[in-house]
Design a protein around this ligand. Structure first.
Ligand code: 5GP
Length: 192
């Protein structure tokens, strides 16, 4: 349906292991109309991840061809891999009058803010850095080097939270999803 209105762009950032993916999955089952844009990455798929569903997995050559072809509205190197958001996907959804949520890092969030000043940036905080380390251990997806990089990056990212419009502490999934839904409802232009 084309309502003639542009959707709003939301960004969800937060350190690795904070639960962004779980929050986005849960949001997709709730009564809130927001579309998730699938990113492109050069990272290896984790067990259970599917191409085209979790990410579009490409190699570095393919990624940089896409950079040259201007396919991304933002891209960044994160934890030694490359990630990018497809311009076409986001623009099509916004033009169709849909709200869109991007799960991207702080470098990407800054690029989005430059290009879409009206974007709403949300930062998801862990209850503490210890808890974050625990969650990464439980997820078991990272080797020691990758875990170390992710924890170092988490410390840096958490210094930048004032850049964001909203900060939500992920103590409890239900509460977090509720708070994010309330932010989306409040900031969405589609209801007017
Ligand atoms: P993961 O490898 O754990 O799926 O994601 C690692 C980091 O990359 C997370 O902080 C995530 O938000 C970020 N990320 C995922 N997709 C994108 C993207 O398209 N652009 C940017 N800039 N960061 C992304």
């Amino acid at each position: 349906m084309n309502t003639g209105k542009q959707g709003t762009l939301f960004v969800l950032s937060g350190p690795s292991g904070v639960g962004k993916g779980t929050v986005i999955d849960k949001l997709s089952t709730e009564d809130i109309n927001v579309e998730y844009s699938i990113s492109v990455t050069t990272r290896e798929p984790r067990r259970g991840e599917e191409d085209g569903q979790d990410y579009i997995f490409v190699n570095e050559d393919e990624f940089f061809r896409m950079v040259e072809d201007n396919k991304f509205i933002e891209w960044a190197r994160v934890h030694n891999n490359y990630y990018g958001t497809l311009k076409r996907t986001v623009q099509d959804l916004l033009n169709k009058g849909k709200d869109v949520i991007l799960e991207i890092d702080i470098q990407g969030a800054r690029q989005i803010r430059d290009k879409f000043p009206a974007a709403i940036l949300i930062f998801l905080l862990p209850p503490s850095l210890d808890e974050l380390e625990d969650r990464l251990d439980k997820r078991g997806s990272e080797d020691p080097d990758s875990k170390k990089t992710r924890l170092e990056n988490a410390r840096q990212e958490m210094n930048e939270i004032s850049y964001y419009d909203y900060q939500v502490k992920n103590d409890n999934l239900e509460d977090t999803v509720y708070q994010i839904k309330e932010i989306i409802k409040k900031e969405s232009k589609l209801k007017e």
